[in-house]
Design a protein around this ligand. Structure first.
Ligand SMILES: [Zn+2]
Length: 175
């Protein structure tokens, strides 16, 4: 869902735990619109259950090491992207990201969540994949279909838990 309010854009995208609809045509990558123009400070809120904290760490480090995006996991204080775990028992999503932007630039304060209702039953790599997917949104990638990290359906990612070549190209073309 993306809603435009005056010059600012508020967005939210969920990674759905279950296949609920027919996928859109295959694309190599797609953009939400905005990007970061600075190094991206990522805060990983401490005390997250299971492998969620490690998932955020590895997912963040994957984008940093595999692409031209410049991310930094900050030990505390202000960040551009905050990562959390919550238990949303009524939700169909296993991960979700909320952002705002002004023009073509993300505003600080993106919030990304793992839903322990689902991730509590996932193996380490599946959790890592959901976290990396949400971090892909936080960097500006939209959903695609096919065997890609940014497929909106966790069950349709063919086990992929790191950015694919297409998604790396998408970020590198933007950053
Ligand atoms: Zn998503």
């Amino acid at each position: 869902m993306k809603t435009r309010i005056s010059s600012a854009t508020i967005g939210v995208l969920a990674s759905l735990a279950l296949l609920l609809s027919v996928a859109t045509p295959a694309n190599a990558y797609a953009y939400l619109g905005p990007k970061w123009n600075t190094q991206v400070y990522v805060a990983i809120i401490s005390g997250q259950p299971g492998s969620n904290g490690a998932g955020w760490t590895n997912g963040t480090n994957d984008w940093n090491s595999m692409t031209d995006a410049n991310l930094y996991i900050t030990p505390g204080g202000a960040a551009h992207v905050y990562t959390y775990s919550i238990n949303s028992s009524g939700a169909t999503w296993d991960g979700i990201t909320y952002w705002t932007s002004t023009g073509s630039t993300f505003n600080s304060g993106t919030k990304a969540y793992l839903n322990t209702k689902y991730t509590g039953g996932y193996d380490v790599n599946k959790v890592r994949g959901v976290a990396a997917h949400e971090m892909g949104h936080a960097l500006g990638l939209d959903h695609v279909s096919g065997c890609h990290l940014m497929n909106g359906f966790t069950t349709s990612r063919c086990g992929i838990y790191r950015p694919t070549a297409d998604e790396i190209n998408g970020i590198n073309n933007k950053y």
